[in-house]
Design a protein around this ligand. Sequence first.
Ligand code: NAD
Length: 520
Amino acid sequence: MTLASQAPVHLNGQSNEVIISTSPATGRKLGEVRVTPLSEAPVVMQRARDAQRAWFEAGLAFRLEVMRNWQESLRRNFDRLVGMVVAEQGRPPFEALTEFLACIDLLAYYRSVARRALAPTYHFVPLDPHHRHWTVRQPYGVVLVITPWNFPLMLTITPIAAALVTGNAVILKPSEYSTQVGELLARTIRESGIPEGVFQIVHGKGDLGAALIEQNPDKISFTGSTATGRKIAMAAAERLIPVTLELGAKDAALVLEDADLDRAAHGIVWGAMFNAGQACLSIERAYVMRAVAEPLMQKMKAVIEKYITVGAGESPQVTMGTLTTQAQLEIVDRQVREAVSRGARLICGGKVLEGHSGRAYAPTILTDVTPEMRLMREETFGPVLAVVPIDRPEEGVQAINALSYGLTCSVWTRNRARGIALMEQIEVGHASLNDHIITSSVPQAPWGGVKYSGYGRSRGVEGLHDMTYAKVYSAERFAPLPRELFWYPYTPFKYTLLRRFINVYYATTWRERLAALFGR
Ligand code: NAD
């Protein structure tokens, strides 16, 4: 039996199954991978466990050397990787390049900060000066990384880099829709000289991910839909496995009257249409002050008409690719149709375009939407932007916060202070002024959302720490004392001494401190 990414079928765990990857826009076969039988999950886990300790004990310098090799291997394979993202996802090369850039930048950043970020910290305790206490970042052990298809480089390299640098072994299960990019990435990691078993890739659908969780990995890094994230969180909770969840969103832009409308039109169209809207941080809703809503919509329509050509990513003139999966196209089409049937007004787009295996969707702007429409409540994950005129900025803030998602937002205004004040009121992990998406590629910035958009952070130093737990050590500085202050016996003398210490040391003014020392 075969599993084509065009039309996936249920896996039954037979080892002769394959996943055939095809271009979403042309149907061209790109390659195939063997499906990992569910029965192999324990073997994969054991291999990772066996390899992890030596990887950690080899030390940070060795691991950073491997990461340097990986960076080189990625760079050397730039054309192949970008070419495969274009072919397998259906995206224009420029967009694949920007994803690649963010990945290699993160790897270089981790190499430069890892020593400092993972260095032990030392603690001095006044009542215990003869002890030295220190905290180190300890790897969890085996990290299971489960990824989606929409940014197959970034969402894979980000958790893997953090997990490997910190000394974990990694099992990667990429999406069944991005197996060929996954395989190429795996090859670049193997080329880096990573020891056998420290990194493994497996292929399959959700049931394989679930089977691997049953093998009790020490940490799970999941990126994908909120619905799957919830299932994973429940499975992880039963086993008390720590988990980082990067989930879905319904992100918004808030446009004030004094915004630079030309810039806003370009920025919001890009934020909504990049990767054909198949981005967790896409702008799917724009709350726009009524006085500028109509002119902004016309400007955005003009930007789309001038700059967006939809089609197969491989074609040089194409600036927006096809949708990667048929299921996603159907969700987008259904949401737009339902909104229009309930009174939404199309400014442009709103239909599946001819050709390209039926996977091309016209860049769409619509308005006169209501909060009850699916389009305004659920993630669309396509090139669709809903514009809602508002009378006060606070109305926009309220509507943005009313949904349970909270990944990114942007505020568009020439008044910096007011814009930042509004950003402070919006419940998200990332907020930008007069721009969108930008912070997702700042390597120092921790990435992640709130509410239904998930928890935990990747990227930045927090992303490294997220793959570790704090382990605290304590040892005497010199020879051990015969007994410690807090051990038996509990004497009145020790009680009085400690009472005096509390009063003196924790007094908040010098006057109080002196009074405690010499008086009461
Ligand atoms: P998905 O949830 O359908 O699948 C993601 C991965 O989970 C796949 O590898 C899949 O095989 C696996 N999976 C499915 N069921 C599973 C189970 N029960 N146990 C273990 N693994 C299971 O998501 P998708 O359609 O591939 O990706 C799109 C979604 O990802 C969107 O909702 C998008 O917003 C989200 N996303 C979030 C971020 C972020 O950083 N917050 C980034 C990119 C994508």
